[in-house]
Design a protein around this ligand. Structure first.
Ligand code: RRO
Length: 305
């Protein structure tokens, strides 16, 4: 019998396998997140939650583009307090829950982190990288000083691991990753979406009401993989890879580049809930075919000795 294990631990967050949904995809209610877990995910991630309910941008907020999708949802969410009961429900069913959240100020980040921590989440994912809203709500993570301050504030109230989700829309992602680590981050998610534009030639206008949006899907993969690679060489903390993963082989490429786990977004919108189990199985197939006994053995292996 094979001794193969797909289980991984990210700073104490224990996963039965390295897959999760990406924040914002299938994460807006407990029943949907339950289906993500039943579909085979190792943990589930909520839609990014703020201190108060937000409607987000008006439609159109999502458009298919070459190699993926462009979204500008604008942080629609019911507010962190509203989600507390759903987190408890999922926890009661034994589902590991990562709460993604954001704030307009450092104080709001701290307050929301406190609410979600008290609800008993297994990890907090700090979203300092939304490309679709005004700077104070979205791209605090474009600046290392702000990233460090936000991380420190969240760490002060967190009772579970703190993961900081970074943006690819920066000159030097390692500088931001190092700042998050200095602020006390337990892990990094790399990356959020890449800022892009879609124009309708007949209407002679941008398609999204927000004009620009965040690119996800296969077209993002080489960029996100490069980010994981660079961050792996810059920090000691674990990395969760995100961007264009739709197969076990894609996930393996992330693990080899330095990720300990992966998040799946656009492929879950296209392929449904079973994609998590299929990707986990694909990772398992690669490990056993190549004589490895666990995921940890291949994390960062492409960097060489
Ligand atoms: O809601 C959004 O527009 C959104 C968010 Br919060 C994010 O972090 N990344 C993204 O592509 N869209």
């Amino acid at each position: 019998m094979s001794q193969l294990s797909l289980a991984v631990s990210i700073a104490g967050l224990k996963l039965r396998n390295p897959t999760m949904n990406a924040a914002g995809v299938l994460g807006i209610s407990a029943p949907l997140l339950r289906r993500v877990y039943d579909g085979g995910a190792g943990a589930v991630v909520t839609k990014s939650l703020g201190g108060a309910q937000r409607m987000g941008h008006s439609n159109p907020t999502l458009v298919s583009v070459e190699g993926g999708a462009l979204n500008a949802m604008g942080l629609p969410n019911p507010g962190a307090e509203y989600f507390v009961e759903m987190i408890r429900e999922l926890k009661g069913e034994g589902v590991p829950v990562v709460a993604s959240f954001f704030g307009g100020t450092i104080e709001e980040f701290r307050e929301v982190a406190s609410v979600l921590s008290e609800a008993g989440v297994d990890a907090l994912e700090v979203n300092v990288s939304c490309p679709n809203v005004a700077e104070e709500l979205g791209m605090l993570g474009a600046d290392p000083v702000n990233t460090e301050k936000v991380t420190e504030a969240v760490k002060e109230v967190a009772r579970s691991p703190v993961i900081v989700k970074l943006s690819p829309n920066v000159t030097d992602i390692c500088e931001i990753a190092v700042a998050a680590e200095r602020g006390g981050a337990d892990a990094i998610t790399a990356v959020n979406t890449l800022k892009g534009l879609a124009v309708d030639a007949d209407l002679r206008k941008p398609i999204l009401t927000n004009v620009t949006g965040g690119l996800s899907g296969p077209a993002l993969k080489p960029v996100a993989l490069r980010c994981v690679w660079e961050i792996y060489e810059a920090v000691e903390i674990p990395i969760i890879g995100c961007g264009g993963i739709s197969s076990g082989r894609d996930a393996v490429e992330y693990l080899l580049s330095g990720a300990t786990a992966v998040q799946i977004g656009t492929a879950a919108m296209d392929g449904g809930f079973d994609v998590f189990g299929e990707i986990a199985e694909g990772i398992g197939g690669y490990l056993s075919e190549n004589g490895f006994k666990g995921v940890k053995e291949i994390v960062g292996l492409a960097h060489g000795g």
